[in-house]
Design a protein around this ligand. Structure first.
Ligand SMILES: Nc1ncnc2c1ncn2[C@@H]1O[C@H](COP(=O)(O)OP(=O)(O)OP(=O)(O)O)[C@@H](O)[C@H]1O
Length: 273
């Protein structure tokens, strides 16, 4: 029940985005993926969910290599993967109950009353008991994010992928979401990958933190190890120093122009176990 990406590459035209990405999320663990805008974080989640196909590389979920699965097997595996979208992605014209039920109805195999119970249970889990008849527009941003999480857990997934679950939230609501992420791990035993820009959240919720830079993991470790990291890109990121990043990008462009792969000398770990 782990997620493993091995040497994943993805380009759009001449633009290389993922350049040999290696990342592992062990069973039952939560890994936060941090990094600058455009580093390829969302793209990484999309590859894991099978929404995007890599140019090359292995993406193993539940021991199955996603890019090689048939449509039918991918569909089956996707039922085990809950995707919590950045902006909740709820349908405004539907109530919360309808939003949560839709996927369960499509999945099939559940009676109307089982679906009603599952919706209620999922809303309970995220502290939104009784919100079934609300429309998204009648809820705060934080509540909408919780409803998005409830929709993902309604499937009882083995894996949860969170795309910036706390972006745009105040510190208190952020803490509420962080606690929910921890609770999901505890209650459901899920294996989770979280994209976040918020280092405080990353330190709170993660077993491990990985930093993505230009399509590769440049540093990975426990929150304590990450906090102590002396990697210049990590320091530049954590301390908010854009000049460090600009220098790294300049060096990489220079190395690439000289025939290298543009990643030497930056402490890229390559494959890590
Ligand atoms: N379908 C696509 N077609 C072309 N380019 C794409 C596509 N999807 C992503 N990209 C490009 O890939 C790069 C990485 O995108 P991604 O959304 O993964 O970034 P990110 O690290 O999640 O950034 P942010 O923190 O801003 O969300 C960006 O430059 C983006 O423009």
């Amino acid at each position: 029940m782990s997620i493993e990406l091995i040497d994943v590459h993805k380009s759009f035209g001449p633009k290389q985005i993922l350049r040999g990405l290696n990342l592992e999320v062990k069973e039952g663990q939560t890994v936060s993926l941090v990094g600058f805008s455009g580093a390829g974080k969302s793209l990484t989640l999309k590859h894991i969910a099978g929404l995007m196909t890599p140019d090359r590389g292995t993406i193993k979920v539940d021991g199955q290599n996603i890019p090689t699965l048939s449509r039918q097997d991918l569909y089956k595996l996707r039922l085990d993967i809950g995707y919590v979208f950045q902006f909740a992605a709820l349908f405004d014209s539907m109530t919360i109950a309808e939003n949560l039920s839709m996927g369960l109805i499509k999945k099939g195999g559940m009676s109307a009353s089982e679906i009603r119970d599952r919706v209620a249970e999922s809303l309970d889990r995220v502290g939104l008991s009784g919100f079934q008849d609300r429309y998204p527009s009648e809820m705060s941003g934080g509540q909408q994010k919780r409803a998005g999480l409830a929709r993902a857990v309604a499937y009882r997934p083995k894996y949860l992928l969170y795309d910036e679950p706390t972006s745009g939230l105040d510190p208190v609501t952020t803490e509420v979401i962080d606690r929910l992420i921890l609770k999901m791990k505890e209650d459901l035993g899920v294996t989770s990958l979280v994209i976040t820009h918020d280092m405080k959240s990353a330190y709170n919720i993660s077993d491990r933190i990985a930093m993505l830079f230009e399509g590769r993991v440049v540093e990975e470790g426990t929150p304590e190890e990450f906090q102590r990291s002396r990697h210049p890109l990590v320091r530049g990121f954590v301390e908010g120093r854009p000049e460090v990043i600009e220098e790294a990008q300049r060096q990489m462009a220079e190395e690439a122009a000289n025939g290298g792969d543009g990643h030497r000398g930056h402490g890229s770990q390559g494959r890590h176990a």
